[in-house]
Design a binder for this molecule. Sequence first.
Ligand code: ATP
Ligand code: HSE
Length: 320
Amino acid sequence: MAVFTEVTPSQADSLMQSLNLGTLTELRGIEGGIENTNYFATTDQGEYVLTLFERLTQEQLPFYLYLMKHLAGQGIPVPDPAANRDGDILHTVSGKPAAVVSKLAGKSQLQPQAVHSAAVGDMLARMHLAGADYNRSQPNLRALPWWNETVPVVLPYLDEAQAALLRSELAFQNHTANTAAYAALPRGPVHADLFRDNVMFDGEQLTGFFDFYFAGVDTWLFDLAVCLNDWCIDLPTGVHHNERAQAMLKAYNQVRPLSGAERELLPALLRAGALRFWISRLWDYHLPREASMLKPHDPTHFERVLRGRIQHPVSASALI
Ligand SMILES: Nc1ncnc2c1ncn2[C@@H]1O[C@H](COP(=O)(O)OP(=O)(O)OP(=O)(O)O)[C@@H](O)[C@H]1O
Ligand SMILES: N[C@@H](CCO)C(=O)O
């Protein structure tokens, strides 16, 4: 259940009026999600999502919200934050930072076919290009410096074989980050968490990307690797699905052709993408912050994905 802070209809109505979105007709708490308080807010003008941010701060939020506004303005289907008369898109409700965004049509496709992974690859490339001239900057806060900080914290919870894998993979990623090929990777704002549950589909039609609250500036290839590691991996086995991966990479490459450095580093970044979520899942699992708020994901899934990426590296030339 994802209503951590109650909002009354009259509070929501006055916010919607101040955003010129009409008069509230319905306010419904959204059950999914574990990070924020989310409501569907319907007015006589349309359907919106009201989010109260439970953990992100007033300093971090403008990067995410203005990125969504920038992408929406370029025709990428993402929730568009509503501005008040002064142009502000970050508001305060019940003492919490809050935003109202457009509601996306469709639902998550949790059992994707090649046609869905192709649609994600195509829109991901369009989103990268559309974000290239976004003028705010915030690093990916779950990138290499965070991995280096967090690995020593989770190591005590692992058996010897797991600890050896985690240490050696971190060393490999520190080495990769210092190569000329890595420095040559194109970068920009990335979503960094574009799993199946953060994309909407209406049948085969992609209707939106959402949940931008892990976004940051990082390599575009990392974003693509995160997608390949979720959309093109079988659950629960963690085994690579070649047909879906080919469909995603081909579609991406048609919109924004991969550079030589990106082709070279795809296997290393697929490992990086698996490592990132193995570490964060270990961290959530063993060091729960507000335990009642978290239903931790299974960390061993990304341990399996990482082992697969090391033992059976997938090269770009095998896919496109
Ligand atoms: N703009 C939107 N349009 C339509 N549905 C949305 C939108 N934003 C959120 N939702 C719905 O609300 C649910 C919860 O949102 P979300 O996944 O962002 O929760 P969260 O708590 O912020 O994050 P997390 O997924 O990390 O727990 C989503 O699964 C989706 O069904
Ligand atoms: N997508 C992440 C959860 C954070 O949004 C995971 O599956 O570990």
